[in-house]
Design a protein around this ligand. Sequence first.
Ligand SMILES: N[C@@H](CCC(=O)N[C@@H](CS)C(=O)NCC(=O)O)C(=O)O
Length: 217
Amino acid sequence: MILHHVPGSRSMRVLWLIEELGLDCELRLWSLTDGGLRSPEFRALSPAGRIPALEVDGRAIFESGAIVQYLAEREGRLAPGPGEPERADFLEWVNFAETQANILQALNIHHIFLRPESARSIPLMRLDTKRLAVTARALDDHLAGRGTLLSEFSAADCMLGFNIEALFRFLATADYPALAAYRDRMTVRPAYRRALARAGGDAIYERDFYEVPDVPG
Ligand SMILES: N[C@@H](CCC(=O)N[C@@H](CS)C(=O)NCC(=O)O)C(=O)O
């Protein structure tokens, strides 16, 4: 198995699950900024040039949600199968994780990647921060009084748990206590720590918290 990876990116979801499942994999490192993801070599693995891609069972799979679901089902663990009681919940949270990650990605672009800073749109930064807050409120309500997204730890937690460190770069921890406690539970899991040690931590953020500025630039 070969995981195409960028430290701090969505490929961490897959590596974390691989560690939870006790599988072997080789890591191939890429950069988000040097143009490598646009190369024919990488596009042959992931046609939109996005991380992650996983080479497994004689083919490459792209889309982190598809990879996570494929691996959990292949191993028969950490995902309720078709017809099982929490199947729909599992599919909802795996896909919700991407709804939320897309808002985080937009905020990363606004706050970090877009240059010059005067090109940034403060109304869009405010809008995306509000849209992120709606997803955080939904999660905080869901997680109040429970340890994991489903009745026990599942691959959906690898999908969604990965988002939370980034989420608290834009939203205050104090407003989402159940979500903050969930983040703390997930990030001390031995498999998460092993994945982090292997994969390298976040390579995107230079600040602990990003406020929406009052004026551009
Ligand atoms: N829905 C896709 C999104 C993949 C994605 O956007 N990955 C980011 C890294 S976290 C990426 O490759 N960005 C490069 C780019 O946007 O050019 C998935 O879950 O795999």
